[in-house]
Design a protein around this ligand. Structure first.
Ligand SMILES: [Zn+2]
Length: 179
């Protein structure tokens, strides 16, 4: 119960309300965070803090680690990128900061640093939340992916802003500037 109260306090700080059990579960840090090698270990009770979907069985699971060591797993890359951009809103991060984010390299399945990959959006690859925003480690992987699926929108994590996220997560082809 004290945990729920704690969450409510954090939520109150960002003025999103209080007393919602779903919020408490969503915002609960993962039972097991990243290990020394940066591998993700989402458990059966770890929910995506953005959309509340389970994360353990996701093939595109991603993670964000905060300064107090708390780790959140995401159902997919789109939700992770959203939380990366707005940790206070989506993680009730408060004064805590994002330390790092992890994702699964599309081709190798390796758990990689989200800041080191190419992010590709708008391709014909679907994931947990519709069109998948795909992490690709290395220039060769980007070339290979582009040949197979196209790569209408390519960016680095450091370039992410609200407009880019909107285009990257739109279900419409990203070449369509109307969306
Ligand atoms: Zn999600």
């Amino acid at each position: 119960m004290s945990f729920a109260r704690c969450c409510c306090s954090l939520l109150a700080l960002i003025a999103t309300g209080c007393g919602n059990a779903d919020d408490a579960q969503r915002l609960r840090p993962a039972a097991r965070g990243l290990d020394a090698a940066g591998h993700m270990h989402p458990g059966p009770h770890d929910r995506c803090p953005v959309c509340a979907m389970p994360t353990a069985d996701s093939l595109e699971v991603a993670a964000i680690e905060l300064t107090d060591g708390a780790t959140h797993y995401f159902c997919g890359t789109s939700c992770m990128l959203r939380a990366w951009l707005e940790p206070k809103a989506h993680l009730a991060a408060g004064e805590r900061k994002v330390v790092r984010a992890r994702a699964i390299d599309y081709f190798t399945g390796e758990h990689v640093d989200a800041a080191e990959v190419w992010w590709v959006a708008g391709a014909d690859v679907t994931g947990a939340m519709g069109r998948m925003v795909v992490p690709l480690l290395g220039d060769a992987a980007l070339t290979k992916f582009r040949e197979r699926h196209g790569a209408p929108l390519v960016f680095r994590l450091r370039d992410l802003d609200a407009g880019l996220l909107q285009r990257a997560t739109s279900s419409a082809p990203t070449g369509d500037e109307q969306r």
